[in-house]
Design a protein around this ligand. Structure first.
Ligand code: G4F
Length: 392
């Protein structure tokens, strides 16, 4: 199936993407190739894809993005770029298609002639992967084979960034994890990510491709989807503060995660493709907290002190000031298995890329709370893209 440019459908003129007719973008890329880099982001409408778009546009790139979403699912995280008033609109092109469609990828690569591809496209919920293992393995595990084959077919000099995951370390007993830590995946998602991770190494070694994996630890922001625990907790804290919700039900409160900010992580991803030689890197903060601690921090940020009592499925979080139970455990959020703790050592990234995260957990939570409050008051999700943004 031929790739479809979003913008080929009818849509409000106030919020159009940078429409480029098929063929024109190739010419644009060719005429500007000596001055302007062209990047293709697969999975551009996700949290990380949107921050990466901001970063690359701020660096002068022409950015093409692929999404499998249809016009009906208009990408709100990109509205600040696609609206009429954006200075970056003319350098951004959104394509519709699926990374599992080889012809789509080949056509786009021929047309847009990217020098860098960032593969962020996949089902990203670990929890969901237990319910939908096969579709997860397809999008997460097989997708990268398609991308690599398309690169080999069209232009093997294209550099590829693959979003790998801390989930590949799963039940490791090594803390913190490094690039050399042996994997021990414990979910369908993690198995699929490991498959993709190994595929990148294999193709790099077999064909000399510039293909690299960033082993990304949890990366959050005000643009995070509602089904991930940080956004779920922050949203609940804000709603409970405003009397719109009484309590929040969560799963494993003991789980420890290395939470960073997505905006920091995309800088590392970009730096990884600027080296002369391809290398894989851990992308992490090196600090780890329990879900319970995150709950306390998020509620504290809205002015509520939470005290936990009991244990296991009986554990509850109480509003110290009112005595109300505002946090409960619901086993339906438990997973059959999961890493008890993720914490990464990104000293290799510091040494070779001079990269280290700049936004700490307190700042991250503050940003998420501010954006959530704004959305609640204004009923508009767009501001969340403006809280911290390279181009927004
Ligand atoms: O926010 P989470 O769903 O993220 P998870 O599973 O760590 O995965 C995220 O980070 C990975 C590493 O970068 C990515 F590969 C992956 O794509 C995704 O972005 O859950 C975080 C922790 C888990 O231990 C989970 O069991 O929170 C625990 N948790 C407790 N209660 C909950 C809940 N998670 C969710 N989603 N919802 C709950 O109610």
């Amino acid at each position: 199936m031929a790739p479809k440019h979003i913008g080929d459908d009818a849509r409000p003129s106030s919020c159009v993407g940078a429409r480029v007719e098929r063929g024109d973008e190739g010419a644009a890329a060719t005429t500007t190739a000596t001055m302007t880099k062209v990047a293709l982001i697969l999975g551009v409408t996700g949290q990380t894809g949107s921050y990466l778009t901001d970063l690359l546009l701020s660096k002068g790139y022409i950015v093409h993005g692929l999404t499998h979403s249809t016009w009906q699912n208009y990408p709100e995280r990109l509205q600040h770029i696609m609206c009429e008033s954006s200075p970056f609109r003319s350098r951004f092109v959104l394509h519709q298609g699926d990374i599992l469609e080889f012809e789509t990828l080949v056509r786009i690569l021929h047309d847009v002639k990217p020098c860098e591809i960032y593969n962020l496209a996949a089902q990203s919920s670990v929890h969901l992967s237990f319910q939908q293992p096969l579709s997860t393995v397809k999008s997460v595990g097989l997708g990268v084979f398609n991308v690599i084959e398309a690169i080999r077919t069209v232009n093997p000099t294209i550099k590829l960034f693959q979003a790998s995951s801390s989930e590949i370390f799963g039940k490791t007993t090594v803390f913190p994890q490094r690039e050399t830590t042996p994997p021990y995946p414990c979910s369908p998602y993690a198995n699929a990510k490991l498959m993709a991770h190994q595929a990148v190494i294999m193709h790099r070694e077999a064909y000399g491709l510039y293909a690299v994996s960033g082993i990304l630890y949890n990366h959050e922001s005000s643009r995070r989807g509602a089904n991930f625990v940080t956004q779920k907790i922050v949203t609940a804290a804000v709603r409970i503060k405003h009397g719109l919700q009484q309590q929040v039900e969560l799963g494993n409160l003991n789980s420890r995660r290395d939470w960073g900010h997505a905006q920091d992580f995309v800088v590392c991803m970009w730096k990884m493709l600027q080296l002369d030689e391809p290398e894989d890197f851990i992308v992490a903060t090196g600090k780890t907290h329990t879900v319970r601690q995150f709950v306390k921090f998020a509620f504290k940020a809205v002015g509520i002190d939470v005290k936990f009592q009991n244990s296991g499925t009986e554990e509850i979080g109480i509003n110290k000031a009112t005595g109300e139970v505002i946090v409960k455990v619901d086993p339906k959020y438990f997973r059959p298995d999961e890493p008890i703790q993720t914490v990464g050592d990104s000293s290799k990234a510091f040494e070779l890329l001079q990269w280290q995260p700049e936004i700490d957990l307190a700042q991250l939570i503050e940003e998420m709370v501010t954006a959530c409050e704004w959305r609640l008051i204004h009923g508009d999700k767009r501001t969340s893209t403006r809280i911290r943004g390279f181009a927004g």
